[in-house]
Write a protein that binds this ligand. Structure first.
Ligand SMILES: Nc1ncnc2c1ncn2[C@@H]1O[C@H](COP(=O)(O)OP(=O)(O)OP(=O)(O)O)[C@@H](O)[C@H]1O
Ligand SMILES: [Mg+2]
Length: 306
């Protein structure tokens, strides 16, 4: 499949200031395939927003190349096919939700009939169907975020850049927006998602890059990045003698009434434990525990920070 985004040796220096010259993005290379939901994560100041702004043509790189939908970043024709939800979307407070969407529809030169249909459809899609007549001044943070997302869907883009789409949302809004992003992925859209909500990224993304201090320190599919962790083997009513015997195979043992849980590191040890327990206790479950993206993130960013 063709690449929706392709970046080679991309570098951005911000000049001057008290901190001197800062390499916000430092010689990064990566690509995102068409139809992929790609997670771009990293700590504050890592270079995520800077990278997105370069891909949108809002900032010029100091070095390197960036292609978006087969054209150099910033290409005018390509802009019709992409959209952007900025980190802190700025909207005109005196306008109503419906007016804001209508305003952005005008920028895409849509006629009055189409604008009306679009506005109704998009407000509904982001859960603001009954709030279209209220001004943005009366909107909560989550409602503003939803309007931002509606705005990013106006041109039915092939590629969406979402910078922190779920920041400041309550759990329900959060779930709605995450599901919306997943549905965009299912429709075949390419999504470039930057977020500190690693659970969301883990839920919706196909591939992830971790950026730290301007450099990509890890990139791959979630399956490749998140190695299998330990396995929890739960037995019912193992005798005291058996627990004592099995203890050496486990990192940790916990008991809860009749149930005893063994936290086992390797697959070999799981087999040995099951073999030793056979006929002597009831096997309740064997549950592999995958490392989470948060575990990996903390591990990598701490390691690099040392
Ligand atoms: N306009 C600017 N002028 C100077 N330095 C800047 C400018 N914008 C960003 N930087 C610096 O570039 C680096 C990367 O910033 P960027 O906004 O890309 O980070 P980020 O990964 O989006 O962080 P966050 O998670 O906090 O949004 C930081 O060190 C930041 O201070
Ligand atoms: Mg940012």
């Amino acid at each position: 499949m063709a690449d929706a985004i392709s970046v080679r040796g991309l570098t951005k220096f911000y000049g001057g200031g008290l901190k001197g010259i800062v390499a916000a993005v430092d010689n990064i290379s990566f690509s995102v395939a068409e139809g992929e939901v790609f997670g771009f994560i990293g700590p504050n100041g890592a270079g995520k927003t800077t990278t997105i702004k370069i891909l949108l043509g809002l900032l010029f790189p100091s070095a390197g190349e960036a292609e978006v939908l087969g054209k150099p970043a910033g290409d005018i024709e390509t802009k019709r096919r992409i959209s952007y939800l900025p980190e802190s979307p700025y909207f005109y407070e005196h306008m109503t939700g419906a007016e804001v969407i209508d305003f952005y529809c005008r920028l895409f030169r849509m006629n009055a009939g189409l604008r009306k249909t679009k506005t109704t459809e998009l407000l509904k899609r982001v859960g603001l169907a009954s709030d279209g007549d209220r001004t943005l001044r009366q909107y909560s943070k989550g409602m503003l975020q939803r309007i931002g997302i509606a705005q990013a869907l106006i041109n039915d883009p092939d590629l969406l850049f979402l910078d922190e789409p779920t920041s400041g949302l309550d759990p329900i809004a959060h779930k709605d927006i995450t599901e919306l992003i997943a549905s965009l992925g299912k429709q075949g859209k390419t999504v470039f998602l930057s977020s500190h909500q690693l659970g969301d990224v883990e839920t919706v993304c196909d591939r992830v890059a971790i950026i730290n201090r301007g450099k990509i320190v890890k990139i791959g599919t979630l399956d490749d990045l998140l190695h299998a962790g330990r396995t929890v083997v739960t037995l019912a009513r193992p005798g005291d003698g058996l627990v004592e015997k099995l203890k050496s195979l486990a990192e940790r043992v916990s008991s809860d009434g009749e149930l005893v849980r063994f936290y086992v590191e390797s697959e070999d040890k799981v087999h040995s434990l099951l073999e030793a327990a056979r006929g002597k206790a009831t096997l309740v479950s064997v549950v592999p525990q995958r490392q989470t993206l948060e575990d990996l993130f903390v591990e990598i960013v701490r390691e690099v920070g040392k």
